[in-house]
Ligand binder design. Sequence first.
Ligand SMILES: [Zn+2]
Length: 305
Amino acid sequence: MRVAFVGGVGRSGSTLIELALGQLPDACPLGEVRHLWQRGVAENQLCGCGEPFAACSFWKSVGEQAFGGWDQVDLAEVQQLKSAVDRSRHVPRLLLRPSSAVARYTELYRRIYTAAGEVSGRALVIDSSKHISFAACLAVDPEVDLRVLHVVRDPRGVAHSWSKQTVRPEVTSGDVYMPQYSAGHAALQWDAHNAMYAALRLRLGAAQRLLRYEDFVADPRRSLVSVAQFLEVEPLAQWQEHPESRVLELGVQHTVAGNPMRFTQGPVEVRADQSWRTGMPRAARITVTGSTFPLAWYYGYGVTG
Ligand SMILES: [Zn+2]
């Protein structure tokens, strides 16, 4: 099973990219599969199709095919494995000397990907879990045919987005908000995670590709055609026929967890979110610019953006 992994720091625009890639005729987008156990199996939150996880026929079939039903999975053991291997601080050790626990952990996901491929009849599954430690786990599993799309966005745009309050629509029992972070914390996360993605690239080589959010929003359809080629799947005909259009068509997708944007359907005009340029306090801007140098500069983000 070929797996496309959309990685990078949260709020880098990866949800829209995954939703757009989900329209590829050969692709099956799954959302942030790393959160499936907690948000899907344990808490029965909403799938991208609008149904609660347990009522979604797609995920029901995947669970049956992969494990003989989701109730057959020992969630406590999954949690234990996750804590043992899937943490940012384990990444250097993971890449150098993976343990047998990693293989046990990735086997769970391999079963899900294979079942999702079979149920959907698609050749490529897309996991937009984003986390570097999870990408590293999958990268060291020789049985996963992994392609990593590393999405990077200007750290000031990321930090500004983390400072805003956003409600999670998939939680139906009261208002639950997405986490908010200070500029300093967001900058540290940006720096550490992107540096680890750079390290992962040393291992994956041509199987990892960088996509800057700013380049994607400047020319969405041409960017997607190029990503489809990287993933070795046929691009959408309309992307090639009208490459200058900024409109992307989004449809119903069984994404198990992720940014609230995953519930969007229909045509969406891609616009660059540059609100940080006018809405970000000066002090926060200076903090982020200072603490993400020189990596941000390496990715082409200057002092003024
Ligand atoms: Zn669904």
